[in-house]
Design a binder for this molecule. Structure first.
Ligand SMILES: Nc1ncnc2c1ncn2[C@@H]1O[C@H](COP(=O)(O)OS(=O)(=O)O)[C@@H](OP(=O)(O)O)[C@H]1O
Length: 453
């Protein structure tokens, strides 16, 4: 009897002990999870505080598209004051929605693509997407044609890439090797003359054909002429089809889309129709809001997810007003881009009609209303000269173009500040922040021997 009583007591103690251990373990696990989440949040160090790698100054193609901005290399005093809370905390209040499908956004040059990228960055951060980032720097070894090996490794714990939106020259089959089969493929095109004028202005010093034209302005007889007008007088004499960095100097959008940008050939229409089949949506900069509504429908987004500010806009003093002569020359030099644009413009309206023009109109009105609300909450000053901006929100500048930015309101809650800073965060800063968040280290420098000659 005593023995049985004893064994019952022992058994009871053992069960109690086990239950106690279980309870303690659960409490410890909960505490650990919470602490990990907090650490993750605080890991989002202000960009300027991150230790820069040695030789950071030289890791990007000299003043080429996507080069490191000087302000990111220098220590950023103002940045230290501006912590970025996690997107998670920013969006706590927003109820869980359907997870968007994986997206690959072909980031074409000077088409409004940074505005779209910023929106995708915010969406991806909120959804804890795994980003397909370039192995080196901010772009996939541009202007080389994209290869799967240009992508950094899949981070531990991720089973697939969810979002890719860094500059590249497209190769569809290589891209398909990287992204899941149900990827939504999107890009943006802009009216070709405006695109080329913007490309020329921005990259005058880094695209060799343009630099040669700039040098030629010092020749007698060219004194009062702009580099663009000198270039357009005889573009063939400045352009070298064998020079990869001259890719942007003729039909830049065709180049980015992986098409032959030198001249029309028999396979061009076929290549174009492959693109048409592959892309779920080709956005049009001139119909930006309509494009966003169609994008939102594809990804299952709400109007407030589509709010944006126009990124990378140049100061008006850097824009060249094109006379009829310049327009004719530009159109002829960029004839393939005109074909490309006209084709996808038509496609765009076909898609819009399929979506329903009234529905599109309503969507645009909702998008504009929510954008207006968000802009007035976040932005104290728009079109701000870079000299007046903190490092964190100053867009990358070139020596030939002044790119304007935004000042964020000061008296915001920490949560709103995190949201608003992200809304205006330029490409390179946001890229750098997300890369650090995903891999726990800074982006790699481009080794000197991989620089294009
Ligand atoms: N929403 C919207 N609608 C129309 N146009 C827009 C929009 N957002 C940006 N932009 C204009 O696009 C130009 C910058 O393009 P990108 O961001 O693609 O440039 S980059 O290649 O990433 O450097 C730049 O053009 P320019 O000012 O002519 O240089 C921006 O003003």
């Amino acid at each position: 009897m005593t023995l049985r009583w004893l064994s019952t007591q022992l058994w009871r103690h053992r069960v109690m002990g086990l239950l106690l251990t279980l309870a303690v373990t659960v409490v410890l696990m909960l505490l650990a999870t919470q602490s990990l989440q907090n650490t993750r949040g605080h890991n989002v160090r202000p960009l300027g505080e991150r230790k820069q790698q040695k030789g950071h100054d030289h890791k990007y193609p000299p003043a080429g598209p996507g080069s490191a901005p000087r302000h990111m290399v220098s220590s950023a005093e103002g940045v230290k004051k501006r912590l970025l809370p996690t997107a998670e905390s920013v969006n706590q209040a927003i109820k869980k929605r359907r997870k968007p499908p994986p997206v690959a956004f072909l980031k074409t040059h000077k088409t409004g693509s940074s505005t779209v990228q910023n929106l995708l960055f915010r969406l991806g951060e909120r959804e804890k997407a795994t980003f397909a980032f370039p192995y080196y720097t901010y772009q996939f070894s541009y202007p080389e044609r994209f290869r799967a090996e240009f992508v950094d490794k899949l981070p531990e714990g991720s089973s697939q890439f969810d979002l890719l939106c860094s500059h590249m020259r497209l190769d569809l089959s290589q891209l398909r090797q990287v992204m899941p089969p149900n990827v939504v493929l999107v890009t943006i095109l802009r009216e070709p003359l405006r695109t080329f004028e913007s490309v020329f202005s921005y990259y005058t010093s880094s695209v060799p054909a343009f630099s040669r034209a700039k040098q030629a302005t010092t020749r007698p007889g060219n004194k009062d002429r702009t580099a663009l007008s000198v270039f357009l007088e005889d573009p063939e004499s400045f352009w070298d089809p064998k020079e990869p960095r001259d890719g942007l100097a003729k039909n830049p959008m065709s180049f980015d889309m992986g098409l032959n940008n030198e001249e029309w050939n028999a396979s061009w229409p076929e290549d174009l129709s492959h693109l048409e089949e592959a892309f779920n949506l080709v956005m049009i900069a001139e119909h930006f809001d309509e494009s966003l509504v169609l994008l939102g429908a594809l990804l299952g987004l709400e109007p407030q997810d589509l709010a944006y500010v126009r990124m990378n806009a140049r100061h008006s003093s850097d824009m060249t007003i094109l006379d009829d002569d310049a327009r004719a020359k530009l159109r002829s030099w960029n004839a393939l881009d005109s074909l490309l644009y006209d084709f996808f413009l038509q496609e765009f309206w076909a898609k819009a009609e399929h979506f329903g023009l009234d529905r599109l109109k309503t969507g645009v009105a909702e998008l504009r209303a929510s954008t207006e609300k968000i802009r007035s909450k976040c932005v104290s000053r728009a079109a701000v000269h870079p000299s007046e901006l903190e490092d964190l929100v100053r867009p990358w500048q070139t020596d030939t173009a002044t790119v304007l930015g935004y000042e964020v309101k000061r008296n915001l809650s920490l949560e709103d500040q995190g949201f608003c800073v992200r809304l205006v965060l330029p490409e390179l800063q946001y890229h750098s922040h997300l890369y650090f968040q995903q891999y726990g280290r800074d982006m790699r420098a481009m080794p000197a021997d991989l620089h294009l000659a």
